[in-house]
Design a binder for this molecule. Structure first.
Ligand code: NCD
Length: 305
């Protein structure tokens, strides 16, 4: 069972020790073989999505239904009272009376932390601005451990928008619990934030910052690509200049090891050529399937006493 430190829910990847990650990966693996059950019968999950989502919201909802529970919620701030000027705190203090757990996505970096402060039920951070997206990072680790093997010893590249991408922030925090070599591959303007690099440094994790991924492609076990986060740019001209910075092509795969795997949290824009999709090394669609067992495991932990 999850301990006391998860009683407010899952806000940041920093809440997880290696022991916690190994535990939830084990639970996630078990859930792969349990398609439907009535584990969460009578429980209600509220999904509050103030920002667009396809995979995260639908996999949380599907996971809840597959465990016998029910879902309420909204998928746009346009249809909630936030539109009328209601605060996050007031929304949370209302929705907690209607549900057993709240999954929330919001454009503000501190939104999930704030929500957890007011809620008496667990909050799950499903993406907080350019801050974090911890449950995505957990499903990414489940993907790696199922499709590649144990994390220790792997050479892992995180590539694309490392400044604004919340998935890579949470993933690098989780990876700092393992003995991995991390390569941060990005244009100079979109480098990993100092606070995330400091976190790795404190934990004595080897990392290198690189611009040209082709230089290290042959040694990587995992390349985790991300899209340039258009909606976070203050200056749209800056986005236009940088949006096509990377374009991973089929030819690139020739340089990679046999057991190399290409991941992406999706949505993919132009950073991976569609002709890469058919390669057995491209596992980003398979990766989406691990959202269900991981989220089932998390929901069960948070809602069963
Ligand atoms: C990501 C997100 O919302 O941060 N998507 C997801 O949850 N799978 C990645 C992105 O939007 O680029």
């Amino acid at each position: 069972m999850f301990n006391q430190k998860f009683s407010n829910g899952i806000i940041s990847a920093k809440q997880f020790s290696r022991e916690d990650i190994d535990y939830i990966l084990k639970k996630g693996k078990e859930m792969i073989n349990i398609k439907n059950s009535n584990l969460l019968q009578g429980k209600i999950l509220a999904t509050l999505f103030f920002e667009p989502s396809t995979r995260t919201r639908l996999s949380f909802e599907s996971a809840m239904y597959r465990l016998g529970g029910n879902v309420i919620g909204f998928h746009s701030s346009d249809v909630s009272s936030i539109k009328k000027g209601e605060t996050i705190a007031d929304t949370i203090r209302t929705v907690e009376n209607y549900s057993d757990c709240i999954v929330m996505r919001h454009s503000l970096e501190g939104a999930a932390t704030l929500a957890a402060k007011f809620a008496k039920i667990p909050i799950i951070n499903a993406g907080s601005g350019s801050g974090e997206h911890p449950t995505q990072a957990l499903l990414d680790l489940l993907t790696i451990s199922e499709e590649i093997g144990p994390l220790d010893g792997l050479n892992i590249g995180l590539m694309g928008d490392l400044k604004y991408g919340r998935t890579v922030h949470s993933l690098s925090i989780l990876l700092s619990n393992y003995n991995v070599n991390v390569y941060f591959i990005s244009p100079v303007q979109l480098r990993m934030r100092n606070r995330d690099k400091d976190f790795l440094q404190q934990r004595q994790i080897n990392y290198k910052e690189i611009i040209n991924y082709r230089k290290i492609l042959s040694i990587l076990d995992v390349l985790y690509m991300t899209r340039i986060q258009k909606e976070r740019f203050v200056d749209s001209e800056e986005y236009e200049k940088i949006k096509n910075y990377y374009h991973f092509m089929k030819e690139d795969l020739k340089e990679t090891k046999d057991n190399f795997r290409l991941l992406h949290p999706l949505p993919r824009i132009t950073e991976i050529s569609p002709d890469v999709d058919n390669s057995e090394k491209a596992i980003y669609f398979k990766q989406t399937s691990y959202g269900i067992p991981m989220r089932k495991a998390l929901l069960a932990e948070l809602m069963i006493d």
